[in-house]
Design a protein around this ligand. Structure first.
Ligand code: AMP
Ligand code: GLY
Length: 426
């Protein structure tokens, strides 16, 4: 036990990272900035914001942190990795230039075009008039995406040309996502099953994780507006392993090589959001970090030591590491605040929280301790994860735990992992 680790972030993903890192025999102490009410049970929380790079750096130096792990994209795009590396500190997460693969959809799209990586046909526009003209030419369904960061909410899958034009108007003229809407990407509609494929990447070395599937729309049956993600499960048994192998060979590995060639070598977690179409897996988006809530379903299945993998990545030695996974399945159900993904109330007391057990972990996504009382502090409040022999067993265990939890206005999807079970029946 030697390492002092600092995790940056405050969501369910960071709780899962802290939970897994704290189990490592290499780790002596974990700090989390700023953390949340659940993380506080495992780590010392420090009240510094995720983009307050100067204060985070001062804290890491002062506390002699051996490894900093960056959760959210905002910190990566604020250049936290560059700042820490300049001071000789070990940090897990890509630098600002490499994180552009998430920070700019047009950069990611152009990169894929240059290197022949399968993705939907697209065009990028800087004026609403031209974007609308293109949409009228192409017809619907069609997808409208704000170019910059929009917390997973900048995408409209438009069923009609009118809906697409309205989305363009909102993004580019009303600027509902601010500067992220200065440019818009209009993309071909892809149909099929979605999968999230994350990998540890150290320049050209790619070690993929087990796949998972997110649930973006707020309501059952994929109805309603998109959220940050209402639940996830892993494995995704209806997606054959040959498809995953193909995605690694045709997408992740070439992208890792492309980033090196472009002078933006990637070190950290690269996340590919993929659509499994009839002509194979195609990229919907890249993220430069762990997914949320995918991480809460994937890390409980990791058998290996996460701290060891991260240190190897940071030191350019990922190629020396083999990563082992558990056979069990994991299902994560997100419990959200009333009103989310729109406006929601904070400070709602959370009653009757079951104790986490080895096979059932209540990750906190948006909570805070007020004295002795745990209260809500975000749109996504809890990410309840259970392990089981298969997806069905994990699903049953996750919902059993969810049903024991209670806070006013709590809502959650009742069909997380239902696609896997439906495919099994067929
Ligand atoms: P993103 O934020 O880019 O992951 O997009 C959010 C969601 O919109 C995705 O998870 C998909 O369900 C959907 N989506 C994005 N792009 C496309 C596309 N080209 N075709 C169909 N659905 C898409
Ligand atoms: N769950 C999707 C994301 O983390 O962006």
């Amino acid at each position: 036990m030697v390492l002092r680790v600092l995790v940056i972030g405050s969501g369910g993903r960071e709780h899962a990272l802290v939970w897994k890192l704290a189990q490592s025999p290499l780790v002596k102490k974990v700090f989390c900035a700023p953390g949340n009410g659940g993380i506080a049970e495992l780590a010392e929380c420090v009240p510094i914001g995720v983009t307050d790079v100067n204060r985070l750096l001062a804290f890491a130096k002062d506390q002699e942190i051996d490894l900093t792990v960056v959760g959210p994209e905002a910190a990566l795009l604020a250049g936290i990795t560059d700042a820490f590396e300049a001071e000789g500190l070990a940090v897990f997460g890509p630098n600002q230039q490499a994180a552009e693969i998430e920070g700019s959809k047009s950069f990611a799209k152009d990169l894929m075009a240059r290197y022949g990586i399968p993705t939907g046909k697209y065009r990028t526009f800087t004026t609403a008039a031209e974007a609308k003209q293109y949409v009228r030419e192409q017809g619907a369904p069609i997808v409208v995406k704000a170019d910059g960061l929009a917390a997973g909410k900048g995408v409209t899958v438009a069923r009609t040309v009118e809906e697409a034009e309205l989305a363009i108007e909102r993004v580019m003229n009303e600027k509902v996502f601010g500067e992220a809407g200065n440019r818009v990407v209009i993309e071909e509609f892809l149909s099929g099953q979605e999968m999230s494929l994350m990998a540890f990447v150290d320049r050209e070395t790619v070690r993929s994780m087990v796949i998972s599937q997110d649930h973006k729309p707020v309501f059952d049956g994929d109805q309603g507006p998109n959220t940050g993600g209402m639940g996830a499960y892993s494995p995704v048994p209806q997606i054959p392993s040959v498809v995953v192998d193909r995605a690694v060979a045709e997408i992740l590995e070439p992208v890792a090589r492309a980033m090196v060639r472009e002078g933006r070598p990637f070190r950290g977690v690269l996340y590919a959001g993929l659509m499994v179409t009839e002509s194979g897996p195609k990229v919907i988006e890249f993220n430069a970090r762990f997914g949320d809530p995918e991480t809460q379903a994937v890390l409980p299945r990791l058998d290996s030591d996460l701290a060891e993998i991260m240190l190897a990545t940071v030191r350019g030695k990922l190629g020396d590491i083999e990563i082992r996974w558990k056979k069990e399945a994991a299902v994560c159900v997100v419990m959200a605040s009333e009103g989310y993904p729109g406006d929601y109330r904070k400070g709602v007391p959370i009653r009757s929280l079951p104790q986490s057990r080895p096979n059932c972990i209540v990750f906190h996504a948006g909570t805070i301790k007020e004295g002795d009382q745990l209260v809500t502090a975000g749109g996504r409040v809890l990410a309840v994860t259970a392990l089981g022999a298969d997806v069905g067993a994990a699903q049953a265990a996750a919902y059993e735990a969810v049903n024991q939890i209670n806070f006013d206005g709590a809502h959650f999807r009742r069909d997380i992992a239902a696609k896997a079970l439906a495919a099994e029946k067929k």
